[in-house]
Design a protein around this ligand. Structure first.
Ligand code: ADP
Length: 216
């Protein structure tokens, strides 16, 4: 944790000292860089706070009966603009006659938002993302499949670990802190479910899946 926080902090301090010493000029670019690093710090602190809440179990689920189709339609609507802007297709496939499930709707929306947000981020323009839900015995199986950069077999086991980011995603200037999937896993677990990922390798897309038990 300290390492993750220290990197942007050191960067900000470096910029400020550079400005004070006159080594850096007070131009818009320098301020932009400081701003970027501070944004990163802020995101990290917010993510960390949420992670610690979720992992310590210090949060309550507000269960209601929800139609699975309703979840996918909400996500598709929420992401429509961002997908269009990046020229990505976003489709949903819902098995007919699914039962309602007893879930904390906001939390499951949060999980789907994380998975679809990642698919959006890690899929080059022209690609496609499909969100599916179908019944599998006593569970509903949700999946998000993309045609994006994929994940190598070596890195796949690590991606749900806190702060883990694959080489390809670390190489990007933008990008998150590697906490989203850790939070998603905790939220799915709180619903007595499980979450995992598969990929045929780098450049071959990824599928993130999670199971939620059907009550009764
Ligand atoms: P981040 O904020 O970095 O996206 P996450 O915990 O959501 O953090 O994801 C962890 C890492 O897993 C990402 O940095 C990326 O390397 C990898 N990853 C997640 N989703 C995908 C995806 N759809 N395609 C390829 N890599 C992914």
């Amino acid at each position: 944790v300290t390492h993750e926080l220290r990197t942007p902090l050191t960067a900000v301090k470096g910029y400020l000292e550079g400005l004070m010493d006159g080594v850096l000029t007070a131009d818009p670019e320098t301020f932009q860089q400081i701003h970027t690093e501070i944004n990163r710090l802020q995101r990290l602190v917010n993510d960390l706070q949420e992670l610690s809440q979720v992992e310590s179990g210090a949060f309550q689920l507000a269960f209601t009966e929800v139609m699975p189709s309703n979840l996918l339609e909400t996500i598709q609507r929420n992401f429509a603009n961002q997908f269009e802007e990046k020229n990505l297709q976003l489709d949903i496939e819902v098995e007919p006659n699914l039962p309602q499930i007893l879930i904390d709707k906001d939390r499951i929306i949060q999980v789907l938002t994380n998975l679809v947000g990642n698919a959006l981020q890690y899929t080059p323009s022209g690609g496609r993302v499909v969100i599916k839900v179908h019944r599998e015995n006593a569970n509903l199986l949700f999946s998000v499949t993309d045609t994006g950069i994929g994940i190598s077999a070596e890195q796949l086991p690590n991606i749900f670990n806190r702060f883990y980011r694959t080489d390809k995603s670390r190489a990007r200037a933008s990008g998150g802190s590697g906490i989203g999937l850790t939070i998603a896993r905790a939220l799915v677990k709180a619903h007595q479910g499980r979450i995992w990922a598969t990929s045929d390798g780098e450049g071959k897309g990824s599928t993130f899946s999670f199971l939620i038990p059907v009550q009764k």
